[in-house]
Structure formats: C-alpha cells, structure tokens
Design a protein around this ligand. Sequence first.
Ligand code: CUA
Length: 334
Amino acid sequence: MQSEFSIFPQKASTIAESVDLLYYFLSVVTVFFTVLIFSLVFYFALRYRRRSPADRPRPIEGSNRLEAIWSIVPLLLTMVMFGWGAALYFANSRPPDNAIDIYVVGKQWMWKLQHTEGRREINELHVPVGVPVRLIMTSEDVIHSFFVPAFRIKHDVVPGRYTTQWFQATKAGRYHLFCAEYCGTKHSGMIGSVVVMEVSEYVDWLGGGATGESMASQGERLFQQLGCSGCHRPDAHGRGPVLEGVFNSPVRLESGETVIADEAYLRESILNPRAKVVVGFRPIMPTFAGQVSEEALLQLIAYIKTLARPERTPVSQTPERQAPAAKGRTRTER
Ligand code: CUA
C-alpha cells in the first residue's frame, strides 16, 4: 500500500504534474553540469598532466570570451529556474473560491484536524476527491510543517499565527502525511495519512462523527460560555462591534487603517484585543489569551464565519465604515 519504495511519490493532486516538471528540469540541469564538470576534470587531469620533471607548460593568459560564456549561461539558466519557480508558486498559492476549509492544529507530536461539519481526527485527514481543500493551520507549541508528498504540498505550521495551503486531490487512496520540520525527539513519529474518498463516501464519513455537532455550533457554545455574546450581539447596545457579516470584510480601525477581518485578524482580536481596536470603540475587551485553546479559537472563528450580515445594518456598523472596501477582494491569503 504505502510501503513500496520509489524515487518520486505518487501524483495525486492537480498541481503535482507542474511541480514535477520543474523538478525534472532542475534534475536534468544538475545532472548535465555534474557530468560535464567531472568529465572535464578527468580530461584536463590527463591532458595537462606533468610529463617529465623538466616539463614547463606554456602560461595561459585567460580568455574573456570563455569567462563571459560561463557567467552568462548559468545566469540565464538560474533566471529560468527563478522565473519558473516563482510563476508556479504564485499560480498555486491562492486557493479557488469554492475551496472547503479544514482546520489543522499541530502539536508535539501529532496532527489534530477538524472539519467544519464537526468531525475531528488525529493523524488522519479524510478529504473528498476533486474538491479543493484549504487548510488553516496553526501550532500549539513549536514549528511543524504539514507535508503531503503525493500532493506536492508542504507548508510551515507556526505557533501564534495561521498559515494556509490548499490542494485538490485527483485520485482516491491513502497517502503519506509527514511533519517536515524538526520539532523535538518524536518528530519522526509525527506522521499520518491523508485518505482521499469519493465525494459521497466522504459525506457519509462526515456524518459518522461522535458528536454530530458542527464547528460553528461548538463555537457558538464557547461564544456564550466565554461571555462574548454580552458585548458582541446586535442587542448589546454597541459595547463591542457586531460580528454579523464581519468575516472577510474590511474593518476601519482607531488608527485610521483598514484591515480585512480574516482568520488572523479574528484570532488576534480574541487574544490581544487592544492590538487593532475598531473605530468608535474603546479598548475595554479583556484578553482571552491562555483561556482558549487553539482548537477552541478555530471553533470560535468558524462560528463567526457563519454569522451572516443582517438585513438592516446596525448603528454600530454603519455602511460608510465598510465603504473603503478593497474592491473585488474577498479573501486575504498568505
Ligand atoms: Cu512536528 Cu516535526
């Protein structure tokens, strides 16, 4: 199943082919120059060997033409590598708009995952085939790296912030999941698998969770328990900004800046509320740092994402506050 050894991993995502093409190019260039240089070393060693104790070779003055060639050719080659790599990176860095979100928390030494529908798993990630999946990832302790060779994706998972990466699986099956950043004694054991299923199977699988409670409703419960609702509901008399419709929309700050209320902004505002105070509000919100786990934070964010914009805009969220919308921008991505 996963045990067979091969130089290249299976290709099981939409980007795998294009990543491999670049890799083949790098390999061909590398092998070509390695062979060329080694051959020349041997050839010159023989050709210009010392033939007798009295051997006095003709001095070599150098050649500008030769120097120009061995400077310009490698320059062009490395610029091709740079341009190609950068183009691929940009093409693959932004997930499609219809991507589903799955939340990842790394910790020494396991991967904890939660689907928005509520189902959780450890060291196993079930995903549907043919559907783009965006991973929103963070770490409870040190830096990890979420690496799925068959999808040709790898991205650092960093404590204190969210990083994202995405993939679209093309073949059902089970694929290796690794941690690719040395993270302590059991780093090598921080492994698992990604199970790619047909969409209908995936839907069945999602329904098989123990609780059946979605991330958003888990988040809503936390929202009540932590007292967030006391200030952030439309009927809270403007003590805190209303959160309906806030996700992915621009927010004006006391500092005059405008930020997009993405996952990172929501996270910061829960843990360090004074960092970016919304215009018209006082910095009275207490910090929740140390009171909510990474998983609870993700559930709160999942809940806030589901809060739709109300029909009538409440006073605390007047339209002109949202006016300087970055046009056409719906999502902020790293
Ligand atoms: Cu986590 Cu290495």
